[in-house]
Design a protein around this ligand. Structure first.
Ligand code: DQA
Length: 155
């Protein structure tokens, strides 16, 4: 079974209360519920986690890689600063989709740069909680396709 780790970075534990005009009113538990429903419809298993600590996120990325799981990551502000997360993603070999609730490109200039985008399969931003569901579907499709290509053809 395909397993996808959905990892959340700093301040996302405050979702629903934190700058609702930017991030909306859904809490992280609401997002988790939607993600679990979507994973069930895809027939995938999901691990959903949040940490405010960079090293903890590095450990979880390594864990997902070791388990041959996929990753959907909202790295929060670490997206724009963390070489450690970038190295963890590229070193893990886990197919990774970077996501954001807000459209980071419509915001301050420092949010336009992502250190993890170049080592991710793709980036989804600006759709609120739907970004998580689109990210889940995207990484799931990538993993199904990779598994299909890994099976030697009969012809
Ligand atoms: C965010 C965007 C980041 O720039 C910000 O630091 C966050 C949340 C988003 O989901 O829109 O913490 O990742």
């Amino acid at each position: 079974m395909i397993t996808i780790h959905v990892l959340n970075g700093p301040n996302l534990n405050l979702l629903g209360r934190r700058e609702p005009q930017i991030y909306g009113s859904a809490t992280l538990s609401d997002v988790e519920r939607l993600v679990r429903e979507k994973a069930e419809s895809l027939g995938a298993s999901v691990v959903f986690r949040q940490s405010n600590h960079e090293g903890q996120l590095v450990d979880w990325i390594q864990e997902a890689g070791a388990q041959e799981a996929g990753i959907v990551i909202n790295a929060g502000a670490y997206t724009h600063t963390s070489i450690a997360l970038r190295d963890a993603i590229s070193g893990s070999g886990a197919p990774t989709v970077e996501i954001h609730l807000s459209n980071v490109h419509a915001r301050e200039g420092f949010r336009h740069r992502s250190l993890i985008a170049p080592v991710s399969v793709g980036v989804i931003c600006g759709f609120g909680p739907l970004s998580y569901l689109l990210g889940l579907e995207a990484v799931h499709r990538v993993m199904v396709e990779r598994a299909r290509q890994a099976v030697p053809s009969k012809h």
